[in-house]
Design a protein around this ligand. Sequence first.
Ligand code: ATP
Ligand code: LTN
Length: 333
Amino acid sequence: MKRILSGIQPTGSLNIGTYLGSVKNFVKLQDELPDYEFFIFIADLHAITVYKDKQELRQLTKELAALYIACGLKPERVNLFIQSEVPAHSQMAYLLQCNSYIGELERMTQYKEKSRKQETGVTVGLFTYPTLMAADILLYDPEYVPVGNDQKQHLELTRDIAQRMNNKYNNIFTVPKPLIAEIGAKINSLSDPTSKMSKSDNNLKARINLLDPENIIKKRIRSAVTDSLGTIKYDLENRPGISNLMTIYSVISNNSFEEIEEKYRGIGYKEFKEDLGEIVFQELKPIQDRYNELLNSKELDSILDKGRDRAFQVSQNKLFKTMDRIGLGRKRK
Ligand code: ATP
Ligand code: LTN
């Protein structure tokens, strides 16, 4: 069966950037592509590349799993699991590290940015992170990997490693393709609309979390940075603030930019922002209700058990096959 796989890091609560750029796309795909098997996992091993408090890491991991289901992932369609519960991920990462070059990892933009921002020591894990991500992917032979734009480079590296190993060891891996949502692929920060809305940004005003209450949602939109022109017009390069808000509007309401411009002709930011606050709240309300029901339920645990078991089966198989091709251990019958 053909497969689709993606991962998300438990580095902070889910915000509308990740939701609109990634989760929503996933929810759509599970229905649009009935003959694919889906895997989605919480990448907790990725999260510890920088120090995380133990309790917080556990809490966020569970919260994310519950939120994914609350956002509409169907457990009968998607294998949802926690990365660290499936040991083949770290084992495969080592095998891939022995087939990757320091130079290519040094070129990764995310590594360069994150290591620059890092005040204390930069860990080896942060540096080898893309090889763990490549392992996450190659273990499952997915045809597609839905990611945001920022992960494209990591996916290209994954493809390079796969091709390199396929040449050396006689076609072990499916070479995966990125699946980038056309619109909503990038939602930017509400306070600095030229950079990505990120869950690890220290500035709370920069984002709206899926679990934020109504008054905070509306307040964040009201105080979002725009410009002094006061017209509702999409122009990403020159007017990133209003264009970002229009992107959010468009992805949720399914209106095109032209339709939004038409609707708000002669109307200022204040009214547009009021409407957008309401639209975002209405989108998030049912998600929050379902989340509260799920968080400490047996249902969530059994979904994660089922996901882990299926992931274990597929990944362990692939790991053994790869070890065999490389010549590690005794030959398996
Ligand atoms: P961090 O701040 O820790 O880097 P993040 O907010 O970028 O985290 P991830 O867990 O790295 O979130 O991302 C999960 C998925 O959602 C990825 O595919 C990523 O590209 C996508 N994504 C994250 N933030 C956005 C955003 N603002 N707009 C669109 N897609 C996003
Ligand atoms: N690195 C990704 C999260 C991630 C992922 C993956 C995405 C880890 N492993 C495998 C797709 C496939 C991120 O930071 N968004």
